[in-house]
Design a protein around this ligand. Sequence first.
Ligand SMILES: Nc1nc2c(c(=O)[nH]1)N[C@H]1C(S)=C(S)[C@@H](COP(=O)(O)OP(=O)(O)OC[C@H]3O[C@@H](n4cnc5c(=O)[nH]c(N)nc54)[C@H](O)[C@@H]3O)O[C@H]1N2
Ligand SMILES: Nc1nc2c(c(=O)[nH]1)N[C@H]1C(S)=C(S)[C@@H](COP(=O)(O)OP(=O)(O)OC[C@H]3O[C@@H](n4cnc5c(=O)[nH]c(N)nc54)[C@H](O)[C@@H]3O)O[C@H]1N2
Ligand code: SF4
Ligand SMILES: [Mo]
Length: 714
Amino acid sequence: MNTVYTTCRYCEAACGLAVQVQNNKVEKIVADKENPQTWRDICSKGLTAHELVEHPRRIKAPMKRVGDSFVETTYEEAIGVIAGRFNELIAVHGADSIGYYHGNPLGFTSGVMFSLGWVDAIGTRNRYNVGSIDQNNNHVVSNALFDLPYVPFNPDIDRCDYLLMIGMNPAESKFSWLGNASDGWVRARERQSKGAKLVVVDPRRTRSAQQADTHLSIKPGTDWAFILGLLHTVFGEDLVDSAACAALPAAQLGSIREIALAADQASLSGRCGIDAEDIRQVARDYAQAAGAMCLTQTGVSMHTTGTLGHWLGLVLDIVTGHLDKPGGRRFDTGYINMTEFAATDNQPETASRVRGQPTVMGNRSLAELPDEIYTPGPSQVKAMVIQSGNPVVSGPNGQVLDSALAELDMLVVVDLVQRESHRHADWLIPGVHWLEREELLFNLAGGMDQPFAQYSAQAVKPPGLIQPEWRFFVDLALAMKVPFMGKKGANTMIRISRVLARLFRKPQWAFSPGLLERLMLKGAKTFSWRQLQNSPHGLQYRDRAYGQLQAQMRGKAIQIGPEQFCTELQRLLDKSNQPGTEYPFTLIGKRTLNMMNSWLMELPNMQKREQGNDCEVNPADAHSLGIKEGAKIEVTSAVGSLSIKARISDRVAPGVVCIQHGWGSRVFSPVDKEEPLCFGVNVNQLVDNAAIDPFSGIPNLNSTRVKVTLCADT
Ligand SMILES: Nc1nc2c(c(=O)[nH]1)N[C@H]1C(S)=C(S)[C@@H](COP(=O)(O)OP(=O)(O)OC[C@H]3O[C@@H](n4cnc5c(=O)[nH]c(N)nc54)[C@H](O)[C@@H]3O)O[C@H]1N2
Ligand SMILES: Nc1nc2c(c(=O)[nH]1)N[C@H]1C(S)=C(S)[C@@H](COP(=O)(O)OP(=O)(O)OC[C@H]3O[C@@H](n4cnc5c(=O)[nH]c(N)nc54)[C@H](O)[C@@H]3O)O[C@H]1N2
Ligand code: SF4
Ligand SMILES: [Mo]
């Protein structure tokens, strides 16, 4: 038995694992207790990861569709046919006719640059990624305030006295956002035991809310009003940090101050459902705490008002002098400065073809994809690659996207298994699980609250002839004769590097993410490759530093009050507070510890723990609608309807219902065509893809208006 020390790459917590391996098979996964950082909050997902590696429905070879089933083939054939068809489409319809979407797990690979290298090689503008159903408003706000599209802020929990956690549930989901704190919830609770205040703002009494000092139940989609209320008190009672404010553009600060002071506290309180006195108290305690942070996560982000919510959270941190200070949200350049890297590669904002929606870092919103497939004309999407994503289930209005994907000339999927979004695939290319990959997750280099790095070793080799995913994309670019990464001469360089590697028996010389990792690390000079390799449990390479954002901004002032945000804020304030009566409930979502968005429920161990989703209804609402525990109810929005089991629960406030996303995704069996595995229902079929945040393109994944009725056959 051999023990491999590596990291879990399902979420940013990046827990240290000790993987016991025998004959290329994982026997057991346990926490690596020698890892100085990351194992105390380890979860079932990491500990059962080998079940996905060994899943009987795993895609183990490239497969092509023949009629309504799939047959295994070779990479050579797959790449040849795909390259040929893509080139024919490009010759007739242009590069934009090829679309690409990648989901969340690609962010946890060092191969991500290689997938995007292929996208750059063909030069399509039909680029989509998970950001538009996740955190694109962070990028929009960073770009506007700091002139940097990617600024991860890490919660400095160990020195924090006041954690204001808005729209997040770290007890289930960890501190897993753009920045990260490994073991974060354990550390937050430790800090609490030493007197720090934990405040959770959430429409649902979550496990985090239960364990916090204060839970403020907010009306979904109104975080902007709550935070503006905090700013009203902060400005009104002069709780600002004068040094921090002096460094800001006076006119912009003046605009925000004016809007905040003019806003009526009682009306803001009415909008967000939080008592005005509670808002005042939070503002005072927060501003006066030595170390404080306002964290705004998916509960804030996933609405048409998400950009404003996230922006106002930063404004609060900045004007009270907490940003990038001990105990606040801390920026770190990391061991490789990915903020700098993203800034040099910053794509200009352009308008999308059909809706005219601004792109974010060069990417269109997933909500627009069906329109871009259906609407004829130049730049219409004719074929697509979907890599490590399940947009039909994880994105809005899945039924419309599903029908649109069926219209494509060719759909290529790169995944571990064939899921709902891959139903219409023509080609299935095997994914490579992280237990089978070795890599340095340099894209998360600055997103660790401790300056910490760990090389993630390969625990087992992938089955059969599975090749790395990045290799597929490089070979596809070579076969299509398009310049990899859009760089002239790159393809020749790739070929030469492969020949040299073979001739001299130095596989590490061949162009690969591993080579790039080594070169980037060498350029960054933070620590050496050897030091990293000699630290199997991870490397704490320096102490936490504060105030690095100023240097990263090269002395420029924070543009705290962008005109477009102030105008939108004023528009919201002028808009009526009264929702229509046709859809009286607001639907929110949740996560559970054992699942990862729309996957992992296919694992035997997970099925023992999770058996599909249900709909939480407050007892008062259930009473007035005649709904009993376990009854079948119909939940209907303007765009869809589903039936689901009711769960009567006072965790949700009256007027709010909660259904977990990620369910209702089939897992197919492409080889033997056995019945698909399917658990639960897809809640996102209720989410409209037409209503999106004007800046980030994010839909109302966390605040869709619905009506609830008892099903006749209950
Ligand atoms: N209603 C609602 N909707 C939501 C959310 C919500 O809170 N509420 N959350 C949103 C958020 S935050 C996110 S990040 C998105 C997620 O949206 P997506 O990333 O599009 O979808 P996932 O469900 O994460 O699906 C990931 C896919 O990647 C595959 N996969 C896993 N590992 C690998 C690998 O190593 N290689 C390859 N090739 N494939 C792999 C899995 O099998 C799965 O098919 O969903 C969003 N949707
Ligand atoms: N176990 C597990 N862990 C995960 C994931 C997973 O799927 N499972 N996904 C990973 C990913 S991709 C991400 S992005 C992170 C996300 O991590 P979190 O942001 O912590 O996500 P959630 O746990 O869904 O918490 C969001 C909370 O927002 C609340 N909420 C809904 N609407 C509103 C609103 O309008 N205002 C406020 N203030 N709150 C609202 C919900 O009730 C919910 O409790 O988690 C990561 N970690
Ligand atoms: S999924 Fe669980 S084990 Fe894996 S990194 Fe996140 S918290 Fe750790
Ligand atoms: Mo996410």
